[in-house]
Design a protein around this ligand. Structure first.
Ligand SMILES: Cc1ncc(COP(=O)(O)O)c(C=O)c1O
Length: 392
């Protein structure tokens, strides 16, 4: 895929689309908003995936599917190629969604009064997966010094109790986009070993790294840490196929894996739908060029937005982006309340962003901005914001 394909503006309204149709309704019911909140991309999926879908559609039969060796081999190939990790086929487990997987893991390994740690700010549906399964979520803030976020093991040590049974680690982190270093990951994994916690590591954003950022998967950590690790990931973000509803977990501990497989079976799930099956195989075997081009496009979008925001709001601070296509923007020196932010962005500029309070009550003066959109769309966003600024 070349850049001109990322430049293509695809009308998504009227397709039962969460980002455009649902958020039109949630933000007032009118259709003049530009949405840069919800975390999927406005780009078409890569050509090899679309080709597979055409092939399936022409075939015309959408019966029950199953997982065969090509599914596992594709994941294995992708991890070897992109992360330099060797994964055994028998360690992989299909799961419909990571959010579902997180809830199932909590159900399997914790009891109702027990605690699950998560760094805050945090991605809401993972919090929900814990709380709506009746477990106690304990938020451990990442440290923020006004410039960057950092992780301190002492904060986890302080939060852990005898009732703590699981830790959710999102890496690259949503919404801050931080990629944790190998040393930090080892500290976290050691902390989980010391306290006998399941380490549920969500690496869904790990393929779309910013320029010069390197990523270490928890699967690359020493063997001794693996006994507590459940890795969850999927091609959904990278190839813009979250609507296909599929993910996988990699679990090398046989006992843990068997227990997770039982939970997945308990909810009546055992195989991906035909489209996810084909998409994953194409994504993980034929789309390396797409990732490379997309990363460049996102880097360019980021450079553009940074320049624009620096002029629009000289006192805003866009946190360094390590991974994902999200920008986490500190507007605390520009606005004094979320209401003001809402009025500026949504009511006046007609730009739908995610509010920081969706990720933490302490972040009400932040926004999360999804820049996975054609440049022209971002230009229109910035033009609207600039007009509001000039008229105020
Ligand atoms: C960190 C993280 N995990 C999981 C998901 C969703 O994954 P799934 O659709 O497989 O539940 C998202 C989507 O935004 C995410 O940001």
């Amino acid at each position: 895929m070349n850049n001109s394909q990322f430049d293509e503006i695809v009308e998504r309204r009227g397709t039962n689309c969460a980002k455009w149709d649902t958020f039109d309704v949630l933000l007032g019911g009118e259709k003049d908003l530009i949405h840069v909140g919800c975390a999927d991309m406005d780009f078409k999926a890569p050509e090899p995936i679309l080709k597979e879908f055409h092939r399936l559609a022409d075939h015309g039969v959408f019966g029950y599917s199953d997982i065969f060796d090509d599914f596992y081999s594709a994941i294995e190939r992708f991890y070897r190629h992109h992360h330099n990790v060797a994964i055994k086929h028998e360690h992989m487990v299909f799961c419909p969604r990571i959010n579902i997987g997180c809830g199932l893991v909590a159900e399997a390994f914790t009891r109702p009064y027990e605690e699950v740690l998560i760094h805050s700010p945090s991605y809401g549906p993972l919090r929900q997966a814990i709380e709506e399964n009746g477990r106690k979520l304990v938020e451990v803030p990442l440290r923020y010094d006004g410039v960057e976020y950092s992780l301190n093991i002492a904060d986890l040590e302080q939060a852990v109790t005898k009732r703590t049974k699981m830790l959710i680690l999102v890496n690259p982190h949503n919404p801050t986009t931080r990629v944790f270093t190998k040393t930090e990951l080892e500290q976290i994994a050691q902390f989980c070993l010391d306290h006998d916690l399941i380490l549920f590591a969500d690496e869904i954003h790990s393929d779309l790294l910013a320029k010069d950022v390197t990523f270490t998967s928890v699967l690359e950590l020493d063997e001794k840490y693996q006994k507590n690790i459940i890795l969850a990931s999927s091609p959904a973000k990278t190839f813009n196929i979250p609507g296909l509803v599929g993910s996988f977990m990699i679990i090398s501990n046989d006992k843990l894996r068997a227990r997770v497989a039982d939970e997945i079976s308990r909810i009546g799930e055992h195989n991906p739908n035909v489209f996810f099956n084909a998409a994953l195989i194409a994504a993980y075997t034929k789309c390396d060029d797409y990732i490379a081009s997309l990363r460049c496009y996102l880097d360019d979008n980021e450079a553009y937005l940074r320049k624009e925001f620096a002029t629009l709001f000289p006192k805003s601070h866009i946190i360094k982006r390590d991974g994902s296509y999200l920008l986490w923007i500190d507007l605390s020196q520009c606005f004094t309340s979320e209401e003001q932010i809402r009025e500026f962005f949504v009511t006046k500029a007609r730009v739908g962003i995610y509010f920081g309070s969706q990720f933490s009550k302490d972040c009400s003066l932040f926004i999360r901005f999804n820049m996975a959109a054609p440049r022209k769309v971002l230009e229109e966003v910035m033009s609207r914001l600039n007009k509001v600024k000039q008229s105020s």
